[in-house]
Design a protein around this ligand. Structure first.
Ligand code: FAD
Ligand code: FES
Length: 280
């Protein structure tokens, strides 16, 4: 439970004003992705699936999902892919350096609504970063949920994120299945896109929810496969990435028709966005 002092701190911070964060630890997890532990001045009151705007003077700001579960500690964890100017500059930071953080923003995953259900997490590539916050939350209270399954697809074994944690999640009773897109000399496991892991699986559509986070191309095929398992749109949650600037519903950069992804998303129920042409 979050203490009322922490809640007060979170409420006192203006969403327009960045707060100072200090890099405590940074580790290369793959060639393209770095993990960061950022010390904050006050704890961040976030839900899994929410994001922060991470800024560096002279480079601008970028939305980055919070990868750690909610906590009373004044600290968040991020996993950042070097994609352009700002994210490459983040990769050059060392422990003790300052980053500027606004947020948390958007709507996350409603973990409470998933209680009592079997959960299938379907992650592609860096999609495991936001999903890790929810997975760690759920595993922390695993008695409240039914069976837990993670289906995780990456292009090649070198791109696997959180390798040590995948083993820990297995030890905690999660069924973790991994696939790589193409054969690789070092890989003895499944080969093929992530939908190949859904095909043979038995899913009880009366008590299962699915959570999908991955690259845009993945969504259409995963949703089709889940439809074949008779899963309803109300039981499918997905996180959509859009270009974002303000994070506050003011600039319109993240707009999908009438919906502002930074406010109403990035996490949506499939049934709430299915009718929006450009959403998926
Ligand atoms: C809600 C949300 C959560 C995100 N979470 C993460 C995360 O946890 N880790 C992470 O590494 N990245 C995440 N991203 C993507 C990240 O915001 C972009 O990679 C970042 O903005 C690139 O900034 P840049 O200045 O380094 O690159 P830029 O110079 O702005 O762009 C470099 C390249 O990245 C592409 N790009 C820029 N923004 C996006 C975007 N929003 N989606 C897809 N491609 C983009 C550009 O088209 C270009 O090809 C998230 C994006 C959103 C909207
Ligand atoms: S990012 Fe500005 S309105 Fe959503």
């Amino acid at each position: 439970m979050r203490s009322s002092a922490n809640q007060k701190n979170a409420e006192a911070v203006s969403p327009y004003l960045p707060a100072r964060g200090t890099v405590e630890k940074t580790v290369a997890v793959t060639e393209k992705e770095r993990f960061f532990s950022i010390a904050l001045e006050t704890p961040m009151d976030h839900t899994p699936g929410q994001f922060v705007m991470v800024g560096l003077p002279g480079y601008g700001e970028a939305p980055i999902s919070i990868s750690s579960p909610p906590s009373d500690e004044p600290r968040i964890e991020l996993c950042v892919r070097a994609a352009g100017n700002l994210t490459r500059a983040l990769h050059r930071l060392n422990p003790g350096d300052t980053v500027w953080i606004r947020g948390p923003f958007g709507k996350g995953f409603p973990a409470r609504e998933m209680e009592g259900k079997d959960i299938i997490f379907i992650a592609g590539g860096i999609g495991l970063a936001p999903m890790r916050s929810l997975i760690k939350t759920v595993i922390g209270r695993k008695k409240a949920f039914g069976s837990l399954t993670l289906l995780y697809g990456v292009k090649s074994p070198e791109e696997l994120l959180f390798k040590d944690e995948l083993g820990i999640w297995r030890e905690n009773g999660m069924d973790v299945e991994i696939t790589v897109d193409r054969p690789h000399p070092s890989w003895k496991g499944n080969v093929g896109v992530v939908t190949t892991l859904i095909g043979a699986r038995e899913v009880d559509e009366t008590k299962t929810v699915a959570v999908i986070v991955g690259p845009p191309v993945m969504y259409k095929y995963v949703i089709l496969s889940l439809g074949n398992k008779k899963l309803k749109g109300t039981d499918i949650y997905l996180s959509l990435e859009r270009r974002m600037r303000c994070g506050l519903g003011k600039c319109g950069h993240c707009q999908i028709q009438s919906v502002y992804a930074c406010q109403e998303g990035p996490v949506f129920r499939l049934s709430d966005i299915r009718h929006l042409k450009e959403a998926i």
